[in-house]
Design a protein around this ligand. Sequence first.
Ligand code: GTP
Ligand code: MG
Length: 368
Amino acid sequence: MGINDTKLNEKIAEFEEELRTTKYNKRTQRSVGLLKAKIARLRDEKHKKSTAKIAADGFAVKKTGDATAALIGFPSAGKSTLLNKITDAESRVGAYAFTTLTVIPGVLNYKKTRIQILDVPGLIEGASEGKGRGKEVLAAASSADLIILLVDAAAPGQLQIMKNELYAARIRMNMKKPEIRITKKPTGGLNLSCGNLTKMDKATAIAMLHELKLNNADVVIRGDITPDELIDIVEGNRKYVPGITILNKVDLLDANALERVKAQINPDLCISAENNIGLDELKELIFKSLKFVRIYCKEAGKDADMSEPMVLTEGATIKNVCEKLHRDFVKRFRFARIWGKSVKFDGQKILKLDNKVADEDIVEVHVD
Ligand SMILES: Nc1nc2c(ncn2[C@@H]2O[C@H](COP(=O)(O)OP(=O)(O)OP(=O)(O)O)[C@@H](O)[C@H]2O)c(=O)[nH]1
Ligand SMILES: [Mg+2]
């Protein structure tokens, strides 16, 4: 049995205090890396203890449509007001905190795609520790294809708190998954191969891997990673989710105040949900951020059906198109003819299933 929760918390707090008071430089980088690894390991232990409890209690929302976006914001940031404006849903709006107590889904129909948007209860400081239905809210964010951070223009400081809570909940918003390959072995020690590391030295990386209880493994690091990224990959279960930051209630600020807030938090877009400012731009931004690839399928000798695309996402291949058309099509595939941005000329014959398709391509699949 592990040490109990209070002890865990005390230990974490102790190491965090040490981390705060240690300056990071060449001389201290090893002890800083080790501290970070220790904290990560204790947090992981704590997390494992609590997950069973959350799972039973989490919001159960069925994903529908082509993608799901989660509206995350402090209580009264205007999430429900926004959901009601851009989707078909009706979520209660109130001038008091915690009006929304569960997940309310809505659908945004945009450019022939169906985007599910989840309105969830407000997020507050301490959410990742379970405050104010925090675990459930963060679970919704973690399983979404896009996080929409909604910030009240009158309280821009909310943004950093939300970002911290997401990070503590293992969500890596707008971060690229580091390229590290780990092959565990029963024996043989630790083998680390890497290029030039500038954010920590190789000895620090090895010390951290041992601290994270990785004693027998081949580890290959590609690129120049940070100690935090190393921890993320060794511990796993991080969610890499794209996100956008939206400043709401801009109607409350005058031009000068708005400029100051924009300079402070650098939002992707400013809106007023209540006064219908910036809502068309927001729909477009959500759509763009989800990186859809809309494919129009056609049969040989006939026109394509342009009314309803097959909706895939960035990186989709002819194989993905075949899979969606019919479960036998991958096996029976002969070639495809494509009109659009993914080919050099219209009607080009493509023989490879792993050829990428592009948004608005017209695809004709030929099978045996
Ligand atoms: N001035 C102004 N008020 C807004 C705007 N959007 C929402 N509000 C108001 O802000 C209050 C809270 O709005 P809600 O949509 O209920 O906020 P919420 O984020 O869903 O709040 P919780 O469900 O409690 O988390 C309401 O009184 C809304 O009328 C806006 O763009 N401008
Ligand atoms: Mg609400």
